[in-house]
Write a protein that binds this ligand. Sequence first.
Ligand SMILES: [Zn+2]
Ligand SMILES: [Zn+2]
Length: 240
Amino acid sequence: MLHKIYDSLLTLVYPQACQSCEKSVENSADGVACNSCWKQTRIFSGAETLCHKCGAFLYEKPSDYQTFCHQCDEHFYDMARAVGIYEDALSACVLNLKREPFVAQKLKKLFISTFADSPFQDATRIIPVPLSKKRFLERGFNQAEVLADTLAKETKIIVDKQSLVRKIHSPIHRAAMDRKAREMSVKNAFEVKRPRLVENKNILLIDDVFTSGATASFCAKVLKEKGADKVYVLTVARTV
Ligand SMILES: [Zn+2]
Ligand SMILES: [Zn+2]
């Protein structure tokens, strides 16, 4: 309902400036980025080779074999996929999702089709990566929940926003933080509150962006410790 009102308000104020290049966005379905920014954003089509486990972009051409980047060998999730690379239109979408709880038509379609083409079809629960209480209160919403709701509406998979919680408020990741520092900041941050709800479930974790994979990995670790079977990860974008 709120989204509908928001959408019509948004249409009223169009054209608005592209949040990536500042030219105008002609079509409200494109959201916060203009058509040419969308065109230059690398969206995964299935024709490239991604790391079979974490979904990292490896080569332009498809491969006949399952290929791994090996950076993710120790990660606890089973597989992760993203709509595309964190750049241009997709980075604008991710940044905007931290300000406005709204998913424009174009991103919605891409997110749903990335799920449909993913090997995650046996997922039985959707769990958005939680924010700490402090961050949730500051922002007023969790962008991962907004994405989870969008996908759940389409797939009819149940969303569970209660079982996984973030008990430690980690500082916002800074560009200067190296891999190890990022990992330390989320290592003990997550906890499963309702183990019975995740037991024997195949969990699809949802987040806006996949960076080092540490957040998803530590979420997967606690979920598996409480009996979750598979843990998959779906994000809007991932860094290269
Ligand atoms: Zn643009
Ligand atoms: Zn990998």
